[in-house]
Design a protein around this ligand. Structure first.
Ligand SMILES: Cc1ncc(COP(=O)(O)O)c(C=O)c1O
Length: 381
């Protein structure tokens, strides 16, 4: 059967249940149709409990959470911020919004996340030049935490605060601690493709009550405490809608199931494709448990007998979506003037990698179909 007659399989579509529907209708019926309301407050409380961090602000996106985190750390025009190069553009865009410059750090081959050795080298270089960065943003790529002991040690030596971009990593752990509980602040995303979603949305979390309080105020146009509209600071319209917070609360209740299913999907691919020559998987570091948001494979073309693009196109012909991993930020035209420490590791991962469909509602028959297409490309079809 060809792809035109089969239902399209997406990379990581939303997966909703009856709890989400019930809570959304409750929000609707209560007439709290605004970027404030009881579901927003409850979502923040419940999220804090899940991530083990005492303070949270529910926002309109993960990008808004990153922007406000950096603003709270005092990042401004002319500053530098060290950022994982192997990430989605939102991480670096948040730096640019503040007139600061991202400086990119390559990945570690074992984790695909920011290489702590290169971070240390870059911080030492900055110290020698007499200009330390204002912050470091480490990304928890595809649901795997970066190596926080080593990253925090390096940041601590130079007194530079850390922001964790945990947009993809809700439900993952590092040495038993939840993703998002490291550093001065962390950002999560509830975009439509994430492990739980509110269609669009984000959360800023921190152990610092003042930081979250100020960010929450800025997310609501920075109103001063007065009966009339008074403003002493420039604010933003970044608060999460009560309707979407209701959906988020329902999704949070099934987070554990979603992580289990994502990991099961990874294990399925591993068991059926793991023996194919020239095909390997994103490694899981011994220090933690990834949520396996997306299963990523790496293709060694000479051994596999085809490229990752051949696989992507074969899947597309069967109406199955797959994607190359993030194109490193130092290769992006918009950031071409920015400094990069290292580079070859993420460049190679980008050239050889492919993210396979990893939606938690995928049926076993779908997974068999996907794996069959990949295997056939190896077979020389
Ligand atoms: C690593 C990373 N950072 C930030 C974001 C931005 O989140 P949002 O789309 O909610 O703004 C995303 C995903 O979209 C992401 O994958």
């Amino acid at each position: 059967m060809t792809g035109t007659t089969t239902k399209r399989i997406y990379l990581s579509p939303p997966h909703m249940g009856p709890a989400e529907r019930g809570l959304l209708l409750d929000a609707f019926d209560s007439n709290w149709i605004a970027p404030l309301g009881p579901h927003v407050d409850a979502f923040e409380r419940e999220f804090c409990h899940t991530v083990g961090v005492p303070h949270a602000a529910a926002l309109s996106s993960g990008t808004a959470a990153l922007h406000l985190a950096l603003l709270m750390l005092g990042v401004g025009p002319g500053d530098e911020v060290l950022v994982s190069t192997f990430t989605f553009a939102a991480t670096a865009n948040a730096v640019a919004y503040l007139g600061a410059k991202p400086v990119f750090i390559d990945s570690d081959r074992e984790t695909w996340n920011m290489d702590p050795g290169l971070l240390e080298e870059e911080l030492a270089g900055c110290a020698r030049r007499g200009k330390l960065p204002k912050a470091v943003i480490a990304v928890d790529l595809y649901g795997q935490c970066a190596d926080y002991d080593r990253i925090l040690a390096a940041c601590g030596r130079y007194g530079v605060p850390l922001v964790e971009d945990a947009a993809e990593a809700l439900g993952a752990t590092y040495k038993g601690k939840p993703a998002g509980s490291f550093g001065a602040a962390a950002a999560f995303s509830f975009n439509g493709n994430k492990i739980i979603t509110t269609s669009g949305g984000g959360m800023l979390v921190s152990t610092d009550a003042g930081l979250v309080e100020r960010a929450r105020n800025l997310s609501q146009q920075a109103r001063d405490p007065a009966p009339h509209y008074q403003h002493s600071t420039i604010g933003y319209n970044y608060r999460m809608s009560n309707l979407l917070a209701a959906v988020g609360r329902g999704q949070l209740r099934v987070l554990e199931d979603r992580v289990s299913r994502k990991r099961e999907i990874f294990r399925y691919y591993m068991s059926t494709l793991g023996g194919v020559p020239g095909l390997s998987f994103m490694p899981e570091a011994g220090y933690g448990c990834s949520n396996r948001w997306l299963t990523c494979i790496l293709i060694n073309s000479p051994r596999f007998g085809a490229t990752r693009e051949d696989i992507r196109l074969a899947l597309e012909r069967e109406n199955i979506e797959s994607r190359p991993p993030w194109k490193p930020m130092h290769l992006q035209p918009v950031f071409k003037e920015c400094r990069i420490r290292g580079g070859p590791v993420s460049e190679e991962l980008f050239e050889r990698g492919l993210c396979l469909p990893s939606g938690t509602a995928l049926r076993d028959a779908d997974l068999e179909r996907i794996a069959g297409v990949v295997r056939n490309v190896h077979g020389g079809v």
